[in-house]
Design a protein. Structure first.
Length: 318
């Protein structure tokens, strides 16, 4: 059962009865989750007037008693006498808007993120161990961009992938993982409508590692798949790194080539909803009839709630 609460005049009130068309969405490239909904407020009906919410109203969405969204109203549209459409974001919204000045001297990326959050009053839920050494100054960069840059450094060096998100008003940075089905039912067992694409537009058959210093154009390492070059052509990706020795540069080149040297397979699919599923999670499918077999990363996730119906629209990638 879905319930939407709003903080109105410093009091939390249940507004489920006169709201609907709930949709919450997140994307692997974005920090925050969005939540859209419609609200009815009729100025001609004394029992239904004055319900509209001001921008900045705090919201919390529950599913079967579990909090699945918490954030604030950032905009709304009025499309008729009585219908309002609201857009809200979780508290990752502030990280996308706030800038920082900070310097890191020979500390790990995970320690740098902890320091950044501590100096800016950002509550932390969990930060994965990212051992990459950081020596860098950020001057007026958005906090979300600084965190993404630190994560990218770690991903390039370790080959691991991390998901950045806000849950229950706390920042989490975790490796991609497979969520447990909330009800024991696996939505991957019953796929609905789908569309699949196959492309080499983002492929790289050669990776060059260069210094990020603008005065230095030296190539530090090169990794190439000659067989793939013969088959698909020379597709080069240049990656810039900070202060890495040659062995680290070659390691990064090999890991990046492994990541990029493949045909990109992506699926858009509709499934029965499971609140445990978000972008950055891994779902395992066994649907050979539609060539959907194996582990797939959720890149984009939209949950739609309509009465007792709950579906999710996912964009998946191998």
């Amino acid at each position: 059962m879905i319930m939407l609460m709003a903080n109105i005049n410093d009091t939390w009130q249940d507004i489920t009865a006169y709201t609907g068309a709930y949709s919450r969405a997140d994307n692997i490239r974005a920090l925050g989750m969005s939540f859209d909904f419609k609200l009815l407020s009729n100025p001609l009906d004394r029992n239904a007037k004055g319900r509209e919410l001001p921008i900045g109203t705090k919201l919390t969405l529950f599913s079967d008693g579990e909090q699945i969204f918490s954030g604030i109203v950032v905009s709304y549209e009025r499309s008729s006498l009585s219908e309002y459409t609201y857009k809200s974001y979780d508290y990752g919204f502030y990280l996308n808007k706030t800038e920082a000045l900070i310097q890191f001297n020979d500390i790990s990326a995970s320690a740098a993120i902890q320091k950044l959050c501590g100096e800016n009053g950002i509550p932390v839920g969990a930060i994965a161990d990212i051992p990459t050494n950081v020596r860098k100054i950020y001057n007026g960069d958005k906090i979300s961009d600084i965190i993404r840059d630190l994560i990218t450094m770690g991903e390039n060096e370790t080959g691991k992938k991390y998901r950045l998100e806000v849950r229950k008003n706390k920042l989490f940075i975790e490796e991609y993982y497979q969520p447990a089905a909330g009800s024991g039912f696996n939505p991957a067992d019953v796929p609905g409508s789908f569309r699949s694409t196959y492309s080499i537009e983002e492929m790289a058959t050669r990776v060059l590692i260069a210094s990020s210093c603008e005065k230095n154009a030296t190539i530090r390492a090169t990794a190439e798949d000659s067989e793939a070059v013969t088959k698909y052509g020379l597709l080069t990706s240049v990656e810039k790194i900070d202060d890495k020795n040659n062995s680290q540069a070659m390691n990064i080149a090999k890991k990046k080539l492994k990541e990029l040297n493949k045909i990109k397979r992506s699926f858009k699919i509709t499934l029965f909803g499971d609140d445990a599923v978000r972008s950055g999670r891994i779902l395992v499918f066994n649907q050979p009839d539609i060539n959907l077999v194996g582990a797939f990363l959720v890149r984009n996730c939209v949950h739609r709630y309509d009465g007792f119906n709950h579906i999710m629209e996912l964009e998946l990638e191998v």
